[in-house]
Design a protein around this ligand. Sequence first.
Ligand SMILES: [Zn+2]
Length: 171
Amino acid sequence: MPAISTRSVPTKRYSWLWDKSDLNTYYEQTYYELQLVDIPGYCDCKNDCRLAEHRYAIDKYYSHIACALQKATCLSIKRVPCRSLKPYWNEHLDKLKEDSVFWHRLWVYAGRPSSKTMQQIRLSCKAMHKLAIRNAYNQFEDKMNAELYSHFINKKSLISGKAGVQNLGKY
Ligand SMILES: [Zn+2]
């Protein structure tokens, strides 16, 4: 039986869902992590201090602060893979995608059979996923168009309203 492909996958990139996370937890975590950062002993330097040792200490201090914030973020803020941030994407699409990928891998693992139930399930999962993406995209576009249209109408009535006021001023 052929092995499931072990081709290396590029590192996943994530987007942080700040508006869907508990910020109090983040602040607490930040407080905790920052307390662990050592403060360099050169804080009373003059503004233009050029001592290499001091500059190095400041760089180190800076990167420790950045690490502490990064760690606090990782521990307390929800994240999603970047790909799912397409504006029309939703959890239902994620689920369909998982199903589609699962059945595809299973089909590959089984030696890519051409006329079996597995092939039918695989293809129907794939079709369902594609169709759902198309539908979600179309719905999103319709919604955007409707919003754009209503903005346009509002602006138009605002402009004609302003023109009316200006005209009134002339008389
Ligand atoms: Zn200094």
